[in-house]
Design a binder for this molecule. Structure first.
Ligand code: GDP
Ligand code: IMO
Ligand code: MG
Length: 421
C-alpha cells in the first residue's frame, strides 16, 4: 500500500471508522480529507467505544501520524475538546496530529446560520447543524478563515472583520438578530492558537514528503457517496465531496499517487436526515434493523432510517469512485431474518432505469428480490469458509452483481470482528 482511500459507498455510517482503525495497522499516516464534525466515526477496542468527529480514526494506534487535511472544515472548540478527552484517556495526540494550515474554521456564526436556515426552510435537509454548509459556502465565497491565518494576528483580524461584515448583515436584516462581535471570534481563534497552534502546518507538503520516504498513507472519507454535493441526492446532501475527487482535493495528493480505492459498505443501507431512499424497508423491518444494528446517529443520536442493500446505488458508487474492492460491514445485523431483501433495480414511470441521476431518486420504485436468511450467530467466525451457506450466498450474489471483489468482512463492532475474505 502506498496510498489507500477508504470511502463510504452509501449515505454515511457504513462503519468507515471501524475499517480505518483495522487498516491503520498497515499504514503510517491516516488523513481525513473532507467534512467536519458532522461525521461521527465509531471505533470499539477492548469493549471501549470511541466516537471521533474530526480526529482521524487511526489515532488509537500509537506511533501513527494523523492528519486533518486541507479539505476538512474544522470547529476549533470541538477539536480541542476531542484532543483533551483522548489525552485524558492516556493517548498522546498532540505529538501525532497534524492540522492543515489550509483547513477552514467553522465558527459559531456558521452553526447559528445552519440552524436558522434549517428552521426557516420549507424543504428541510435534516443537517447535523454543525455549520458545515455555511462554512463551505464561505470557503467558496473566499471569506473563510483558515487555520494558517492564526500566525499573523493583524491579517487574521482583517479576515474576521470582512467575514462578519456579511454575516452581521444577514443576522440583522434577515433574522433580526444582534451582530456578532469581532472580539468574540478573535478570542475563540486565539484560544485555538494557544492550545493547538503547534500542530498547524503545510499538510500537503508533509504528505508528499512522507511518500518520498515510502510511508503508507490511508485516506479516511467522511459521509458517503450518496451524500456527495455533486453526485449525491441533491439537495439532500452534505456540502463536500466524500467521493474520490474530494480525497485528492482535500489532501493535495494526486491521482497517480493513489494505489487503491476501497469502498466501505453496510450489508444493508441506512440514512439519517431527509431525502429519497428507494430501498427503505417497511416499518417493521426498519425497526428490526435499527435495533439489531443499533442504528442511531453517532453525532446527533437521531434514529437512522434503515433499508435493504441497493445494487444500483452501489454500481454508481463503484463507477464514480473507481472502487477496486469492498469491505462489507455489519453482516451480523442481518442474522435472524427469515428472508433478506435486496434491491436489484429501479423502475421509473413504469420502465426499468437503474442509471437514473441520484437527484431524481425520489421518482424511483425499487425492484426487490428475496434471499434466504440465516439464524446462526456469525460474529464468532473469522473466515469466509466458516460462514453459513446462506450468508455466503448473500455475499457471492453481491459480488457477482457488482463485479467487484469483497476484500474484507465485518461481523461485529470491535476491531477483532474483521477479517479478510
Ligand atoms: P462511520 O460513520 O462510517 O464510521 O460509522 P458509524 O460509527 O457512524 O456507525 C457504524 C456503527 O456500527 C458504529 O456503532 C460501529 O461501532 C458499528 N459497527 C461497525 N461495524 C460493525 C459490524 O460489523 N457489526 C456491528 N454489529 N456493528 C458494527
Ligand atoms: P459519517 O462520516 C450520515 C447527513 C445529515 C444530512 C445531510 C447534510 O459519520 O458517515 P450536514 O450537517 O452535513 O450539512 O448534513 O448529511 N450527514 C450524515 N449522515 N453520516 C454522516 O457522517 C453524515 N454527515 C452528514 O444527516 O442528511
Ligand atoms: Mg457515522
Amino acid at each position: 500500500m502506498g496510498c489507500t482511500v477508504a470511502i463510504g459507498t452509501q449515505w454515511g455510517d457504513e462503519g468507515k471508522a471501524k475499517m480505518i482503525d483495522y487498516l491503520t495497522r498497515d499504514a503510517d499516516i491516516v488523513v481525513r480529507y473532507q467534512g467536519g464534525a458532522n461525521a461521527g466515526h465509531t471505533v470499539v477496542v477492548n469493549d471501549k467505544k470511541f466516537v471521533f468527529h474530526l480526529i482521524p480514526s487511526g489515532i488509537l494506534h500509537e506511533g501513527k501520524t494523523c492528519v486533518i487535511g486541507n479539505g476538512v472544515v474544522l470547529d476549533p472548540a470541538e477539536l480541542i475538546e476531542e484532543i483533551e478527552v483522548l489525552e485524558g484517556k492516556g493517548y498522546n495526540v498532540k505529538e501525532r496530529l497534524i492540522i492543515s494550515d489550509a483547513a477552514h474554521f467553522i465558527l459559531p456564526y456558521h452553526k447559528t446560520l445552519d440552524s436558522l436556515m434549517e428552521e426557516d426552510s420549507e424543504e428541510k435537509i435534516g443537517t447535523t447543524k454543525r455549520g458545515i454548509g455555511p462554512c463551505y459556502a464561505d470557503k467558496c465565497l473566499r471569506v473563510g478563515i483558515r487555520t494558517g491565518d492564526i500566525f499573523d494576528e493583524a491579517h487574521l483580524k482583517k479576515r474576521v472583520i470582512a467575514a462578519l461584515k456579511i454575516k452581521n448583515l444577514q443576522f440583522e436584516k434577515i433574522y433580526g438578530l444582534p451582530p456578532v462581535a469581532v472580539e468574540e471570534i478573535m478570542e475563540l481563534i486565539l484560544d485555538f492558537k494557544t492550545k493547538a497552534g503547534q500542530m498547524v502546518q503545510n499538510s500537503q507538503k508533509f504528505l508528499h514528503d512522507a511518500l518520498k520516504h515510502k510511508k503508507k498513507i490511508l485516506l479516511e472519507g467522511a459521509q458517503g457517496f450518496a451524500l456527495d454535493i455533486d453526485h449525491g441526492t441533491y439537495p439532500f446532501v452534505t456540502s463536500s465531496n466524500p467521493t474520490i475527487g474530494g480525497a485528492l482535493i482535500g489532501s493535495g495528493l494526486n491521482a497517480g499517487e493513489i494505489d487503491e480505492v476501497l469502498g466501505i459498505t453496510k450489508a444493508y443501507v441506512t440514512r439519517v436526515g431527509e431525502g429519497p431512499f428507494p430501498s427503505e424497508a417497511n416499518e417493521e423491518d426498519s425497526e428490526r434493523l435499527r435495533v439489531n444494528g443499533n442504528e442511531f446517529g453517532a453525532t446527533t443520536g437521531r434514529p437512522r432510517r434503515c433499508g435493504w442493500f441497493d445494487i444500483p446505488l452501489l454500481k454508481k458508487s463503484i463507477q464514480i469512485n473507481g472502487l477496486n474492492s469492498l469491505a462489507v460491514t455489519k453482516l451480523d445485523v442481518l442474522t435472524g431474518f427469515d428472508k433478506i431483501k435486496i434491491c436489484t433495480g429501479y423502475e421509473v414511470d413504469g420502465k426499468r432505469d437503474d442509471d437514473i441521476c441520484l437527484s431524481n431518486l425520489s421518482r424511483v420504485k425499487p425492484i426487490f428480490i428475496e434471499m434466504d436468511g440465516w439464524d446462526e450467530n456469525i460474529s464468532k467466525y473469522r473466515t469466509f469458509d466458516e460462514l453459513p451457506v446462506n450468508t455466503k450466498n448473500y455475499l457471492n450474489f453481491i459480488e457477482e452483481e457488482l463485479q467487484i471483489p469483497i476484500k474484507y468482512i465485518s461481523v461485529g463492532p470491535s476491531r477483532e470482528f474483521t477479517f479478510k475474505k
